[in-house]
Unconditional design. Structure first.
Length: 133
């Protein structure tokens, strides 16, 4: 059930972007169609070294990495599965689409845990993806 390939019927486009998240270089590529997308995030350091750690004593299964992509119209895309906050430097997540291809996607990656309020995205480092010409 982990097959995240998107049919290449001409409707999908490749988006790319580079930037920093908490001073760590990250590159994001996304294969986007109106119905779905697959995003791969690659960083120069393990994600648990630069995303906020949960408070002491929090069960590691109650911590996760949140990824939100927002298009130029403000539509939010959330992944259909989650990943744990661990020492990987690269991960791929499937997203549902909105029925249209965005011009740009700004991606936010941050850690969350039980009982934590979601952050104000304007305070986070976002990485903007554009269509790869």
């Amino acid at each position: 059930d982990n097959d995240v390939n998107i049919p290449r019927n001409g409707e999908s486009k490749q988006y790319i972007g580079k930037g920093t998240i908490n001073s760590v270089n990250c590159a994001i590529t996304a294969e986007v169609s109106p119905m779905a997308s697959v995003m791969t995030i690659e960083c120069d350091a393990p994600i648990n070294t630069f995303l906020s750690a949960a408070p002491e004593g929090t069960d590691k299964h109650d911590c996760w990495v949140e990824v939100i992509a927002i298009d130029e119209s403000g539509n939010k895309f959330r992944p259909q599965e989650g990943i744990m906050l661990d020492d990987r430097t690269e991960f791929t997540l499937p997203f549902q689409g909105t029925g249209a291809l965005p011009k740009t996607l700004t991606v936010y990656v941050y850690s969350m845990w039980e009982d934590l309020d979601a952050p104000d995205l304007t305070t986070l480092d976002g990485i903007t993806l554009k269509v790869d010409k």
